[in-house]
Design a protein around this ligand. Structure first.
Ligand SMILES: C[S@@+](CC[C@H](N)C(=O)[O-])C[C@H]1O[C@@H](n2cnc3c(N)ncnc32)[C@H](O)[C@@H]1O
Length: 265
C-alpha cells in the first residue's frame, strides 16, 4: 500500500506495476526484445561495462548508507540504496549488487517483460514506471543512480540522490558497434553524448570522472542478431531479416562506450 492508500499488487513474476490504468506514450520493449537482451548480456559480451559500473558504484555503497533527514530534524542511517533507471533485465544492477552486498535496490523500467528478470535479483524492488514522470521515490533516498543506455531524467535523479550521491551514466560513442551498424538496420550514434550529459547535469552535479571503455567483440550470427533485436531495431524488424544480412562466419566489431560518473552537489 502506498502513502496515499493505493494498493498495488505484485505480479506473480515479482515486479510491481505502478503505471496500471495511467498509460504512457512510450512503447515498452517486447518479450522478444527482452529475451534477445537477456541472451546477449548473459553471454558476457558487455562484462567490461558491468565491471566498470560496479567499480564506480561501490565506494558510495560500501558504508552504512547516507544519513537521511526524517523531516523533524532527526537523522538516521539507512542501508545504502541504488536506483537503476531503465534497468532492463537488471544485468548491470546485478553486477553492482554482487560487488556491494550491503546495498538494496529499486529497478525502474517501462517493460514488464524486462522487470520480470530484474525482479529476480536479490534485495531488489522492481517497479514498472515511466522515467519521464516524477519518480516513485522520496527526496534524497538513494546513494547511487545507474542509467545505462536509458533515457535520462537528470532533474529527478538530482532529487532522489542524497547529497554527495553518485550518478553513473553509460552512453555509446559513435564507433560503438560500427562494424555491425554497417550491415544491420541500427541507429547511428551521434557524437558528443557524454559531453551533452555533462552540460545538462552541471547545475546539480559535480563532474567526477569520465572513462572510455573499449573492447573487441567477436559475434556469431545469433549474437549479432540478438544485439540488433535488443535495441530499437527490435520494434521494426525480425530475426530472419537480420540473419539474411549477416555474413556466414563470425563478425568482428568493437564495443565503445563512455562511463560518466557525477556527484550530487
Ligand atoms: C537500451 S535499454 C537498456 C536497459 C539496461 N539498462 C541495459 O543496459 O541492459 C533501454 C531501457 O530503457 C527502458 N525505457 C525506455 N524508455 C523508458 C521510459 N520512458 N521509462 C522507463 N523505462 C524506459 C526500455 O524499456 C529499456 O529497458
Amino acid at each position: 500500500m502506498c502513502a496515499s492508500g493505493h494498493r498495488f499488487d505484485a505480479a506473480r513474476q515479482g515486479y510491481v506495476n505502478f503505471l496500471t490504468g495511467r498509460g504512457t506514450r512510450f512503447v515498452p520493449d517486447t518479450a522478444e526484445m527482452v529475451a534477445a537482451r537477456e541472451r546477449f548480456l548473459g553471454a558476457g559480451y558487455y562484462a567490461p561495462i558491468a565491471q566498470a559500473v560496479a567499480d564506480a558504484a561501490a565506494p558510495a555503497l560500501s558504508g552504512p548508507g547516507g544519513p537521511t533527514d526524517d523531516g523533524a530534524g532527526a537523522r538516521r542511517a539507512l542501508s545504502p540504496a541504488v536506483l537503476d533507471a531503465g534497468a532492463g533485465t537488471g544485468y548491470y544492477l546485478g553486477a553492482v549488487l554482487a560487488r556491494s552486498p550491503g546495498a538494496s535496490a529499486v529497478a525502474l523500467d517501462l517493460s514488464r517483460h524486462a522487470l520480470a528478470r530484474a525482479a529476480k535479483l536479490p534485495r531488489t524492488a522492481a517497479v514498472v514506471w515511466d522515467l519521464w514522470r516524477d519518480l516513485p521515490l522520496p527526496d534524497r533516498s538513494v546513494d547511487v543512480v545507474l542509467d545505462v543506455f536509458a533515457p535520462r531524467n537528470l532533474r529527478e535523479y538530482a532529487r532522489v540522490l542524497r547529497p554527495r550521491g553518485v550518478l553513473c551514466i553509460v552512453t555509446p560513442r559513435p564507433e560503438h558497434l560500427a562494424g555491425l551498424r554497417d550491415l544491420l538496420p541500427m541507429l547511428d550514434v551521434p557524437a558528443g553524448k557524454a559531453e551533452g550529459v555533462a552540460r545538462a547535469a552541471e547545475q546539480d552535479f559535480e563532474a567526477g570522472y569520465r572513462r572510455a571503455i573499449e573492447f573487441p567483440l567477436v559475434l556469431d550470427r545469433d549474437a549479432a542478431a540478438d544485439l540488433a533485436l535488443m535495441g530499437p531495431a527490435g520494434h521494426h524488424t525480425e530475426r530472419a531479416v537480420l540473419l539474411a544480412k549477416l555474413p556466414a562466419g563470425p563478425l568482428e566489431t568493437e564495443g565503445a562506450v563512455e562511463l560518466s560518473v557525477l556527484r550530487r552537489r
